[in-house]
Design a protein around this ligand. Sequence first.
Ligand SMILES: Cc1cc2nc3c(=O)[nH]c(=O)nc-3n(C[C@H](O)[C@H](O)[C@H](O)COP(=O)(O)OP(=O)(O)OC[C@H]3O[C@@H](n4cnc5c(N)ncnc54)[C@H](O)[C@@H]3O)c2cc1C
Ligand code: FES
Length: 279
Amino acid sequence: MYKILAKEELVPNIHLIDVEAHAVAEKAQAGQFVIITVDEKGERIPLTVADWDREKGFITIVFMEVGTTTQRLALLNAGDSLFSLVGPLGIPTHVEKFGTVVCVGGCYGIAAMMPIARAMKEAGNKVISVIEARSKYLLFWEEELKRVSDQLFVTVGDGSHAAERWIPDQVKQIVDSGGKIDLVVAFGCTFMMKLTSETTKPLGIKTVVHLSSIMVDGTGMCGCCRVSVGGETRFACVDGPEFDGHEVDWDVLLSRQRGYQDEEIQSLQEWESRQWSRT
Ligand SMILES: Cc1cc2nc3c(=O)[nH]c(=O)nc-3n(C[C@H](O)[C@H](O)[C@H](O)COP(=O)(O)OP(=O)(O)OC[C@H]3O[C@@H](n4cnc5c(N)ncnc54)[C@H](O)[C@@H]3O)c2cc1C
Ligand code: FES
């Protein structure tokens, strides 16, 4: 069992939990993830390690409520425990001195991007972070990202705070205003990463993306997280999750992500109706 030491709702539907996991905290690196189960009957879901404290032996996870398991997770509080937690999994983000690195993140990707921006900065890069949300009230960790970035751009879809634009427009704007970008790293929803890659490809800017394909075992055995990159089949859990965004077959990824949508909706409806009947 893995004890939840702290829990906080960062913004509506996005929660932070600190989980006691000494062995994982000791080894975690930027870009890696864990697979958790909430309780003994629960499904396995992958969540990125958004931070860690090696001395105190805990990791930080930031997750968004999207379906049954993340809703169940959101009901746990400090003092409760996760049934299982496996990790750190996946190949860490490739970090070296590239020059100017633009780190872009949306939704839970804002938090997942934090250790990557920090590692890129420590490696001597100029780090420009760009975060996006639909509206101002869904933004979080601006101060945390400012601390590890040379510059931070905030974009919101409804113009309620800062620029009324999305991440790909902001990346293009940096280039249009004379900025030289050596690498873009993207974390967040698949559609944002696809559009960002489509924006940077004609500009010749290397772009790495963190793919969130559906995972089960996380060890390369089940084949569930299969993606097509550069015409080759790769397993996101062991060959990634970081890949060249210009080589990813986005249509295959998007259609595989929707593969269990009917079952997910049914599961959520059953879970919600059980919750209602208890109140
Ligand atoms: C490497 C990796 C890291 C991730 N990191 C985070 C994170 O830090 N924070 C966060 O909020 N989310 C993260 N996700 C996505 C998260 O795993 C899904 O949102 C979660 O599994 C949804 O489960 P659910 O039962 O709540 O929703 P469901 O209703 O079951 O599913 C909603 C959608 O989530 C996706 N999904 C469902 N099951 C899985 C699964 N087993 N593996 C991957 N995707 C799934 C599908 O696209 C599905 O349509 C990550 C995914 C991957 C692959
Ligand atoms: S999750 Fe099973 S092979 Fe990647």
